[in-house]
Design a protein around this ligand. Sequence first.
Ligand code: NAD
Length: 337
Amino acid sequence: SSSTTPIKATLFPGDGIGPEIAESVKQVFTAADVAIEWDEHYVSTEVDPRTNSFLTWESLQSVLDNKVGLKGPMATPIGKGHRSLNLTLRKELNLYANVRPCYSLPGYKTRYDDVDLVTIRENTEGEYSGLEHQVVKGVVESIKIITRKASMRVAEYAFLYAKTHGRKKVSAIHKANIMQKTDGLFLKCCDEVAEKYPEIEYEKVVIDNCCMMLVKNPALFDVLVMPNLYGDIISDLCAGLVGGLGLTPSCNIGEDGIALAEAVHGSAPDIAGKNLANPTALLLSGVMMLRHLKLNNQAEQIHSAIINTIAEGKYRTADLGGNSTTTEFTKAIIDHL
Ligand code: NAD
C-alpha cells in the first residue's frame, strides 16, 4: 500500500514508442498503488566517454544502486566509435541470463492455446563474443566461447527459477553431437546442476528436434535453458507461438541480484509518437519486475487486468486487430484493476 516505503527502481523510457508505453506503465502502476519510486533515465544525445556509449555513467550507476529496473526499447544511433546501448547494459551490468516467459493469452486466439513455457538464454558468450576475423582471403573464422563459469551460472539460475516458480521440468537445448567440446561443456554443467534438483525433471534436447517439437506441440516444454545463439532464435520462435512482439515480456538477470526487465520488441519507429503502440509487453515486463521484488499481489492484480482487458476484446490496439489508442487501452486496463 502507499503507506509502505517505496522501492526505488530505474526506468529507461527508451526511444521511439518507448516513452508512450512507459507512460502507460507509470499510470497503471500508480492506479494499482504500487510502492515503486521511478528513477528515470533517458538515453543521452551524446556519447559519454566514461561508458563509451550513449548511456550515461549515472544511468548505469542507477541500476547498480537500485538493483532493479524497467527498460523500454533503445535504438542505437548509427556511427563509429561507440558501443551499442544494449551491449553496454549487458556488459556493464553483467546481465548473464535473459528470461522470457511465453504463455497463451486467454482471449487472444493464436494457433495454440496451451503454451506455457519459459526460455532462459545465456547472455554473455557463445557466438556473441565478437571474435570474428579473416584468416586468408575467402576464409573467415568465428570463435565460439563456452566457459564453465558462465554455463554453471545460467544452469544454476534455470533450476532455481524452475524450483521457485513451481515448474516441473528443465530442458537443456544443445547441438553437442556436432559442437562436442562447446555444447558438450554446456551440457555437462547442466547435468551437474540437475543432480542437485532431483525433484525437477531434466532432459536434453538437440536444437533441431526442439524446433520441430515446439512447432508441433509447444505444451511439451516447461523451462528451456540454452547457450546464447540458440536462445536468441528459440525465444523469438516462442514469442511467435503466442501472438508476437507486442505481447512478450522479458527480464535480464545480472550479478548481485540485479534484474532489468524489458519488452522484447524494438522502438517501432513506424508508429512512434502516434499513440498506436501496444504497451502490453512493457507492462508484463513491469509485472515480472514486481514478481522479482516479491510484490506478488500487485503483480497478479495488474496481470489479471491486462489479460481481462485483452480477453474482453472491446479495447485492443491495432497490432491485435483493434482500433484503440495506447491511452484508451491503458485506461481500460486501469478500469479492470
Ligand atoms: P521493432 O520491434 O521496433 O518493430 C517491428 C514491427 O513490430 C514494427 O512494425 C513495429 O511497429 C511493430 N511493433 C513493435 N513493438 C510494438 C508494439 N509495442 N506495439 C505495436 N507494434 C509494435 O523492430 P525493428 O523495426 O527491427 O527495430 C527498430 C529499432 O529498435 C532499431 O533501432 C533496433 O535496433 C531497435 N531494437 C531495440 C531493441 C531493444 O532495445 N531491446 C530490440 C529490438 C530492436
